[in-house]
Design a protein around this ligand. Structure first.
Ligand SMILES: Nc1ncnc2c1ncn2[C@@H]1O[C@H](COP(=O)(O)OP(=O)(O)OP(=O)(O)O)[C@@H](O)[C@H]1O
Ligand SMILES: Nc1nc2c(ncn2[C@@H]2O[C@H](COP(=O)(O)O)[C@@H](O)[C@H]2O)c(=O)[nH]1
Length: 209
């Protein structure tokens, strides 16, 4: 292995399909790892601590931020969310690619982080706002009040679309998954080519010295 792992950022307004797409990508390629975030929001029915999120108290969250244990963190919909730093750095050293499901603030912070890896950012749009609301309701996990709050914030999240390398409209799930696979394959080739050429050029210079 002569490369570091990719950092793959997925952002979207809540309910556009990031978690569903991330799960599908990991079923396609089991070498991908998901960055399990820490959050102060309460678990939804069926969510497992350490698998979907690390559910922690606000004080514990703030302690982690103070100890520089979060690669990025933000307040989203009135709760704190953050990506623990250590597992990401370990995956990068091991050459494993990491998927992040984070909002635009997290996306900006990961891009600006000093990790020095190859970052690929993807924004997922819903086909329409009524369809976004339909998906949030169909998921059946949030109250009307929570859904209204998320819909109200959706425009602010969408306004950051142009900061991303790729923008996909998640109308047909199979099609969006296929687009994501193509992006990942191409970005891995770019990363590998760069890493391979670096070694080649170094050797070329040494041979000539
Ligand atoms: N292309 C699609 N067509 C129809 N339904 C979809 C599509 N993509 C995702 N969904 C459904 O929409 C709902 C929301 O998807 P998901 O939970 O993946 O969104 P999310 O972006 O991760 O949301 P959040 O930001 O709140 O975590 C789920 O019930 C999922 O099955
Ligand atoms: N900046 C971060 N945003 C995160 C992180 N983990 C999740 N999120 C975003 O929060 C909302 C809501 O998520 P939900 O699970 O409560 O529906 C969603 O848009 C996520 O992308 C994180 O670690 N950092």
């Amino acid at each position: 292995m002569d490369h570091t792992g990719l950092l793959i950022i997925l952002s979207s307004p809540s309910g556009a399909g990031k978690s569903t797409l991330a799960r599908r990508l990991m079923d396609w390629d089991d070498s991908l790892r998901f960055s399990v975030s820490a959050t102060t929001r309460p678990p939804r029915p069926g969510e497992v601590d350490g698998e979907h999120y690390y559910f922690i108290a606000p004080d514990a969250f703030r302690d982690m931020v103070r100890a520089d244990q979060m690669l990025e963190h933000a307040e989203v919909f009135g709760n704190l969310y953050g990506s623990p730093r250590e597992p990401v750095e370990k995956a990068m050293r091991e050459g494993r690619d990491t998927i992040f499901d984070v909002d635009w603030q997290g996306g900006q912070q990961i891009r600006a982080s000093a990790l020095g890896g190859h970052v690929v950012s993807i924004f997922v749009l819903p086909p329409s706002l009524p369809e976004l609301e339909r998906r949030l309701r169909a998921r059946g996990q949030d109250s009307d009040e929570v859904i209204a709050g998320r819909m109200q914030k959706s425009r602010a999240e969408i306004s950051h679309w142009a900061e991303y390398d790729y923008v996909l409209i998640n109308d047909d799930l199979d099609r969006t998954e296929a687009d994501l696979r193509a992006i990942l394959t191409a970005e891995r080739l770019r990363r590998d080519r760069r890493a391979g050429l670096g070694a080649f050029v170094k050797k070329l210079m040494e041979d000539d010295a």
